[in-house]
Design a protein around this ligand. Structure first.
Ligand code: HMG
Ligand code: MG
Length: 297
């Protein structure tokens, strides 16, 4: 099994979408440009969603157009429907992510659609993307628990993941939206999904609400996953998932992976500097233990 892990950095999108104070586009552009210099290969840049639903990312087109596109780095953006896909394409996006959930009530709260309706909305997106050579990633939210429903049957996660993959998503990210999962559960869900979708086409996306994210990632690495979503400074959270806190901090994931002899291609010092800079911009302490350890005297 390969020792290389690809980190999907989601701070510019997941990390910022829940911030109440609107950040100017320049700060977002600076964040993405700094991340691009760290060795990251995938940076989820913004969301082309309704500005009424996520005001923080209303500047998506401006930000996307203005960032420095470093060769070898991909800059996927979130789209909930065909309208978002078209606007993203006009701004120059050539990779997009669609998102749905394994539980109905959360999906309704997040994108005002049932799971089936959301998949129907993705169909034209996947078709246009295929015709235009655009890669599409898929997210399955609430894979380890739902803020409304509580437990989510593993079979429901598997069936939504399978639908996304069958529709043409090249990668499916299994998400613990509210950070309630524990390692055995995370591993069991990933294992079940990997019976239907090849492991190389799977990613894990864990929020750290209960402090379990690194342990969950380790369990999933042991199970074979090699793509991990994370956000510098542990930023993040879905505005429509009550109780959700930040993503696992990229600095902490990279520190763990390098300590295990795994390769990410990322310069940890630059990642730490970027995380510390971002927490300064947001005027809140970093949630990364590594950044805390390295930047406090
Ligand atoms: P709706 O109100 O049901 O949609 O929202 P609608 O089709 O009736 O449209 C309403 C208005 O939105 C219309 O404008 C549309 O033009 C506009 P109006 O005529 O009222 O002026 N609109 C759009 N504008 C810009 N871009 C678009 C777009 N689509 C419609 N793409 C909708 C449905 C999906 C639009 C809305 O619910 C929405 O934008 N939701 C996004 C919620 C969101 O971004 N959540 C956070 C990301 S998901 C997440 O964080 C989880 C993840 O990290 C994994 C995990 O941790 O679980 C990925
Ligand atoms: Mg998330």
């Amino acid at each position: 099994m390969t020792n290389e892990v690809r980190i999907v950095e989601v701070s510019p999108r997941d990390g910022l979408q829940n911030e109440k104070t609107l950040l100017p586009p320049d700060i977002k552009i600076a964040l993405i440009d700094r991340l691009s210099a760290t060795g990251l290969r995938t940076i989820e840049t913004t969301s082309f969603v309704s500005a009424r639903w996520v005001p923080q990312l209303a500047d998506a087109a401006e930000v996307f157009r203005s960032i420095r596109k470093v060769p070898g780095v991909t800059y996927p953006v979130l789209v909930p429907n065909e309208q978002g896909y078209r606007i993203a394409r006009q701004a120059g996006a050539n990779e997009v992510s669609v998102f749905t959930a394994a539980s109905e009530a959360f999906n309704r709260a997040n994108i005002n659609a049932s799971i089936a309706e959301s998949l129907e909305r993705f169909q034209p997106v996947l078709e246009e993307a295929k015709a235009e050579g655009v890669k599409v990633r898929g997210y399955v939210s609430t894979a380890l628990g739902c803020p409304y429903q509580g437990e989510v049957p593993i079979a429901d996660v598997v069936s939504v993941a399978r639908r996304l993959y069958d529709m043409g998503c090249y990668e499916v990210s299994v998400a613990d939206t509210i950070g309630v999962g524990t390692p055995a559960k995370a591993r069991a869900v990933l294992h079940a999904v990997s019976q239907e979708i090849p492991m190389h086409a799977l990613a894990v996306h864990f929020h750290d609400t209960y402090g379990q994210a690194l342990a969950n990632i380790l369990a999933c690495l042991e199970e074979g996953v090699r793509v991990v979503d994370s956000a510098v400074s542990g930023t993040g959270g879905c505005p429509y998932a009550k109780g959700a806190s930040g993503n696992v901090a990229s600095e902490d994931v990279v520190y763990m992976l390098h300590g295990m002899g795994m390769q990410t291609g990322i310069n940890l010092d630059m990642l730490v500097a970027t995380g510390a800079w971002l927490s300064g911009q947001l005027n809140k302490p970093t949630a990364s233990r590594v950044t805390k350890a390295r930047t406090t005297t």
